[in-house]
Design a protein around this ligand. Structure first.
Ligand SMILES: NC(=O)c1ccc[n+]([C@@H]2O[C@H](COP(=O)([O-])OP(=O)(O)OC[C@H]3O[C@@H](n4cnc5c(N)ncnc54)[C@H](O)[C@@H]3O)[C@@H](O)[C@H]2O)c1
Length: 328
């Protein structure tokens, strides 16, 4: 039995993500949870002729939705409107993520938790702190999905060089998942050389690609379809490693660096960071190895230096939302 729960399943990301996950052969039970309309989305998807069972749960049924989950994917929350940064979302989404994490601790404490809700740099530490409170935190099992930055990177590089296949061009994106914390490592793409102007253009588009969509949607939300694609790709990689035992699966993702104590010791000592996006190798237990930092060009080194202090602020904001909360 492989139960995958989507929290926020009736939303702009949640619906197409659930549609894509309905096609996964690894999933036997797809449980859709949302404060509105989840039973309707579930009824609709349940007619698709793949093997998984689909069930929907409303607000009062959070425990039933989460119980026994193998993996929980979280796109619940509010998206950005024009003029908002991902960090502006914090006040609303932090509380939603805290409550969902409490539900996970109660009902499926060993589940793999895949966080989409922004600001990811802060929401992932919130999940970790809630699970820690319940003695249920395993850093190998909690992930911030930054795959959209990776997907955008290879697409935008392809727009400059049509001779590559963007599907097979893997770009490592390190740091975090908002603005200047996003550091695409373009220098390591085999066979590619960029001018300074091209690097400026690509880097800005990758760091602020979300803004293009927010602006174009003009008040109707942020990236949903490309995010669902990225979220499904990431979930499939986790399921491939943890359910099917596939080896060699690697994605850039935002994780707690204690998932690989030995491998990240030097980096943690140097930067004082507890969370970072980097290429991660997956295994049966989630993170099997966090790869060392790739070789960075001088350009990328400068980007990284700008990202680290911002990341620290974002991480502390998430962590202290739980650790400094008044005790009731
Ligand atoms: N990681 C990324 O790259 C990335 C990309 C785009 C958007 N996002 C983020 O994903 C989130 C969702 O975006 P969207 O466009 O789907 O928004 P949306 O408003 O269309 O959908 C959000 C859904 O969450 C539900 N929800 C709200 N509170 C809930 C709760 N307590 N429990 C369960 N469900 C709840 C809402 O009812 C709604 O259906 C936002 O935080 C957005 O910023 C992340």
């Amino acid at each position: 039995m492989v139960k995958v729960v989507v929290c926020g399943a009736a939303g702009g990301i949640g619906q197409p993500l659930s549609l894509l996950l309905k096609q996964s052969e690894h999933i036997t039970h797809l449980a859709l949870y949302d404060v509105v309309n989840a039973p309707g989305v579930a009824a609709d998807l349940s007619h698709i002729n793949t093997r998984s069972t689909v069930t929907g749960y409303g607000k009062e049924a959070i425990d039933e939705a989460l119980v026994g989950a193998h993996t929980v994917v979280i796109p619940a929350g509010v998206p950005r409107k024009p003029g908002m940064t991902r960090d502006d979302l914090f006040k609303i989404n932090a509380g939603i993520i805290r409550d969902l994490s409490e539900g996970i601790a109660r009902n499926c404490p060993t589940a793999f938790v895949l966080v989409i809700s922004n600001p990811v740099n802060s929401t992932v530490p919130i999940v970790a702190e809630v699970l820690k409170k319940h003695g249920a935190f395993d850093p190998r099992r909690v992930f911030g999905i930054s795959t959209l930055d990776v997907v955008r990177s290879s697409r935008f590089v392809y727009e400059l060089d049509n001779s590559i296949n963007p599907k097979n061009t893997r770009v490592t994106v390190i740091g975090g998942h908002s603005g200047i914390t996003i550091v695409p490592v373009l220098s390591q793409i085999p066979g590619q050389k960029f001018t300074k102007d091209q690097l400026d253009l690509l880097t800005h588009r990758i760091q602020y690609g979300g803004d293009e969509v927010v602006k174009a949607k003009d008040g109707a939300g942020s990236a949903t379809l490309s995010m669902a694609f990225a979220g499904a790709r990431f979930t499939q990689a986790i399921l491939g490693a943890t359910v099917a035992g596939k080896t060699g699966l690697v994605e850039s993702t935002y994780v707690n660096l204690h998932a690989d104590e030995e491998g990240t010791a030097a980096f943690r000592a140097k930067t004082q960071l507890e969370y970072f996006a980097q290429d991660v190798e997956f295994g049966r237990e989630g993170v099997s190895k966090i790869r060392p930092l790739p070789e960075l060009s001088a350009y990328e080194q400068t980007l990284l230096e700008a990202a680290v202090p911002e990341l620290k602020v974002n991480i502390t904001k998430g962590t202290s939302f739980i650790t400094d909360a008044p005790k009731i």
